[in-house]
Design a protein around this ligand. Structure first.
Ligand code: ATP
Length: 454
């Protein structure tokens, strides 16, 4: 399975999905840049999500909050006080490790939600050492927020944080959204944006990075209704995963045990995906009660209540159900699900079986050869398709090699322009998955591909 991850990382580099960050300067540990194909797929994921959760729903609106917020936001949300990981240090090498991860690896148990004291006891009792075999310091909490400073002053007042999650902008703007949209409960606010966490043990490619992108929803509701909406979001998330081409038999909705829940959460589900490096959180869904709005009301001294439109005397602080998605982990799950190797005529064919709406390109246009007017004709065919589909033109190398390349980047259809095209106006359309070819009139191409990429 680890081997599969290596193959995916190598394909991503070779074909332009994901590059190591700042590569010409020797890189920056655990940072990745998305190449042309990865950037397009991230856009496809975000566009699909936004369309489905904002544009096609009457009970949802969007928001685009800023990355830098007043630091009081992060005091009220609990991030300044509690958003930390328990770390231990190797006494010889001074390298730091997540205490909970070491305990999990060595003892094979879940250390989710364990206190520093519990972790220290387990480390002592089981004589757990660092991966280098040295003794460890006791675990200490290490805040995950990145700090930076505004302006030139170096005093503490100018400290701001890069947001560790996008959700808080939704709570902070709750009143603004309510007043301007006149939405009535239940309604949701969705947001897509970068978040930053100073993770001490990043890794597994784009699974855990310091900078990543989230798609988050706060769905505001009356307390009594939370379970109905929670269940509706579970179903929505499972359906969306399948529509993206994520292997549903690899996706598990794991209820977090009561004793491990954050103190404000009454129920949390981690959607775990069987990545090649293990079963890990892909997305999350939490019922956060009205913890966040209540805290922001208290700290900001601004009323964050909702008045019942049918009964003005009834005021309440709405509760929320929070579905949260990582763009990068979603892309990784799609890549892992799509990767296939097949034996074809004694060779291994690598094919990324992306759903057409997620594929970087939907159509490749390939002249059989450059000469004889085929290149010109192929370009003409592509010009006609470009307004409708994401297309790539490729005239380099043998047709067989070009098909293999399109298989590896997951293009569902490859159109070949040959000499018959010049005579009869037909092209061959090769299906990525079946490798079957059909002759189709150029006049029917748009209709044919639209029908088959739905
Ligand atoms: P983990 O337990 O893996 O650290 P988390 O429970 O801290 O994740 P949340 O705070 O619930 O994660 O964040 C919401 C979503 O953001 C996650 O489900 C995941 O998809 C994504 N995410 C969180 N941290 C990272 C990261 N360091 N790199 C990439 N994506 C991340």
């Amino acid at each position: 399975m680890e081997d599969l991850m290596e193959k995916i990382v190598s394909l991503c580099k070779r074909r332009g999905f994901v590059f190591p960050g700042s590569e010409i300067y020797g890189g920056l540990a655990n940072s990745w840049d998305y190449g042309p194909l990865g950037a397009q797929m991230r856009m496809n994921i975000k566009t699909d999500w936004w369309k489905k959760v904002v544009e096609q729903r009457d009970d949802m609106v969007g928001l685009d909050g800023s990355i830098l917020m007043n630091p009081k936001v992060w005091i009220a949300s609990g991030h300044v006080g509690h958003f930390s990981d328990p770390l231990v240090e190797d006494v010889e090498s001074h390298k730091r490790y997540r205490a909970d991860h070491l305990v999990e690896e060595v003892l094979g148990i879940s250390a989710d939600g364990m206190s520093t004291q519990e972790l220290n006891e387990l480390i002592q009792k089981n004589n757990i050492k660092s991966p280098e075999g040295n003794a460890l310091t006791p675990a200490k909490q290490f805040n995950l927020m990145f700090e930076t400073k505004i302006g030139k002053t170096e005093d503490d007042k100018s400290v701001v944080y890069l947001r560790p999650e996008t959700a808080q902008a939704i709570f902070v703007n709750f009143k603004n959204v309510l007043d301007t949209t006149r939405k009535r409960l239940p309604f949701g606010v969705a947001q897509i944006g970068k978040a930053f966490r100073n993770e001490i043990t990043p890794g597994n490619f784009v699974f855990r990075t310091l900078e990543f992108e989230q798609m988050e929803i706060e769905y505001f509701l009356e307390e009594g209704d939370w379970e109905t909406h929670f269940n509706a979001w579970v179903a929505w998330m499972q359906k969306w995963a399948a529509s993206l081409g994520i292997q549903t038999d690899h996706l598990h909705a794991e209820d977090i045990a009561q004793e491990k829940l954050a103190h404000y959460s009454k129920r949390t589900i981690d959607f775990e995906f069987e990545f090649p490096f293990g079963k890990k959180e892909l997305w999350g869904l939490a019922y956060r009660t009205n913890f966040d709005l209540t805290n922001h009301q208290e700290h900001s001294k601004q009323k964050l209540e909702y008045s019942d439109p049918n009964d003005n005397s009834k005021k309440l602080i709405p509760h929320v159900v929070e579905p949260t998605f990582g763009v990068d982990r979603t892309l990784l799950a799609i890549l892992c699900s799509a990767y296939h190797e097949e034996e074809v005529e004694g060779e291994t064919r690598v094919v990324m079986k992306f759903k057409p709406h997620m594929a970087p390109y939907q159509v490749a246009v390939l002249p059989l050869m450059k000469k004889g007017g085929l290149a010109e004709k192929a370009r003409e065919v592509m010009e006609g398709l470009l307004p409708h589909f994401r297309c790539e033109y490729d005239e380099t190398g043998s047709i067989g090699k070009r098909y293999r390349r399109q298989d590896e980047i997951g293009t569902p259809y490859a159109i070949t322009v040959d000499f018959e095209t010049l005579e009869s106006g037909t092209v061959t359309v090769r299906n990525r998955d079946t490798m079957e070819q059909e002759r189709i009139s150029t006049n029917d191409l748009i209709e044919y591909i639209s029908r088959n990429t739905k």
